[in-house]
Design a protein around this ligand. Structure first.
Ligand code: GLA
Length: 388
């Protein structure tokens, strides 16, 4: 039990919290920019989480204190608008808005949020926040909602209040993640399979290298990539395919003459990445980490050259990984344009790898990267609290 936060809640609102909910951040092992293209992804929940304590109010106001920012937000359920600044608050407002739109019978709420998922590091702190809040609010008002619905409403909140037309991966893994498992998801049908991640047995770990490059243009560039890949699919659709999952690189080559260069490369990334996700899932099933690592490198190359979402700082992690013998694979993770890369390294040499990346970043005049040793955590959870 988070005693410190429960005491803080009592101090803020004069009574105890009724509900505690939490949701994890994520890494994506592979399958980048494929989710909104109805393709495959292979994320895993991480041990870093966002938490939400809440109680019901008798009016229609929502009061939230964000411990990490020492900031508060107050709004009415009857007037739900995004704020021009305060990004964290918009994710919460978005969740209430999505629930109200859904016709959920809600009342006012007092809440407290805090977490340890690094912000803007490409580890999906926003989905962790959204999902912890929706999980807590539905628990608080006894709303029964399928887990899939929770993920979809959290995505809707991000679209409308976060300004990013994201896919479903981050919210889905925040809801469905399981300890020591990666989740192979078909983003079209939402059928999924949990695959054990036996990294420990192999003496390996997934290291997250946060370049600390803030992704200023991320939302506009992200939305643009989404449009570009959709436009390329329309052209390919004339050759009888419905989704990228049905396309092959051969079919793409046949269509080369009718696609402009950008469309061709965006499509090549999505088609090849879908295949890499399937191959990676197979590799994980037989603990073939050498193959997995190779696929990670290839994914980075494709994201850098074809999808154009990398940056020099992310490339540096990839390049160091390519030279470092005990690094099996490395690639940017999440939307790109900054944020983090992951590296699959032997536990024994992880520190050396970190030192090498740091030294090279310094040589190039980059920001000093931050590293996180990730363990795979569980998905969202909520519980009713007994009074303290
Ligand atoms: C962000 C989005 C996801 C996904 C990734 C790229 O994390 O929220 O939906 O599109 O970028 O794979």
């Amino acid at each position: 039990m988070p005693e410190e936060e429960q005491t803080l809640f009592l101090k803020l609102y004069g009574r105890a919290a009724e509900v505690l909910a939490s949701a994890p951040g994520r890494i994506n092992i592979i399958g980048e920019h494929t989710d909104y293209n109805n393709g495959y992804v292979l994320p895993a929940a991480i041990h870093l989480r966002n938490h939400f304590l809440a109680s019901r109010r008798t009016d229609h106001e929502v009061h939230v204190w964000a411990k990490n920012f020492s900031e508060t937000d107050v709004f009415s359920l009857e007037e739900l608008q995004p704020l021009p600044d305060k990004r964290w608050a918009n994710y919460i407002r978005g969740i209430f808005w999505a629930l109200v739109e859904e016709g959920a019978a809600l009342g006012g709420v007092d809440g407290l949020v805090w977490g340890d998922v690094p912000i803007e590091a490409g580890l999906s702190s926003s989905a962790a926040l959204e999902v912890s809040v929706i999980k807590g609010v539905t628990e608080l008002f006894g709303l029964s909602m399928e887990p899939e619905k929770l993920a979809k409403l959290a995505q809707k909140a991000e679209h409308e209040f976060g300004g990013v037309k994201c896919g479903l991966m981050d919210q889905f893994i925040a809801v469905f993640g399981q300890e020591n498992s990666a989740l192979f998801l078909d983003c079209e049908t939402l059928a999924f399979d949990l695959i054990p991640l036996n990294l420990d047995k192999a003496g390996l770990e997934i290291l997250v290298c946060d370049t600390r490059v803030k992704r200023e243009l991320a939302s506009s560039e992200y939305n643009r990539r989404r449009e570009e890949s959709a436009a390329a699919l329309i052209v390919l659709g004339k050759r009888g395919i419905r989704t990228y999952k049905e396309a092959t690189l051969d079919l793409l080559d046949e269509a080369k003459a009718v696609l402009d260069d950008v469309s061709f490369r965006r499509a090549r990334h999505v088609i090849s990445e879908n295949q890499r996700v399937k191959d990676s899932a197979e590799a994980l099933r037989v603990d073939d980490f050498i193959l997995l690592g190779r696929l990670l490198f290839q994914s980075h190359e494709s994201l850098r050259d074809d999808y154009e979402v990398s940056c020099p700082e992310l490339d540096l992690v990839y390049e160091t990984g390519k030279e470092f013998k005990e690094c099996l694979g490395a690639r940017l993770v999440g939307a790109g344009f900054g944020g983090s890369a992951i590296a699959l390294v032997t536990e024994a040499k992880a520190e050396e790898f970190k030192r090498m990346v740091t030294a090279r970043a310094e040589e190039r005049g980059f920001l000093r990267p931050e590293f996180y040793d990730i363990s795979v955590g569980r998905g969202a959870a909520s519980e009713r609290l007994s009074p303290i």
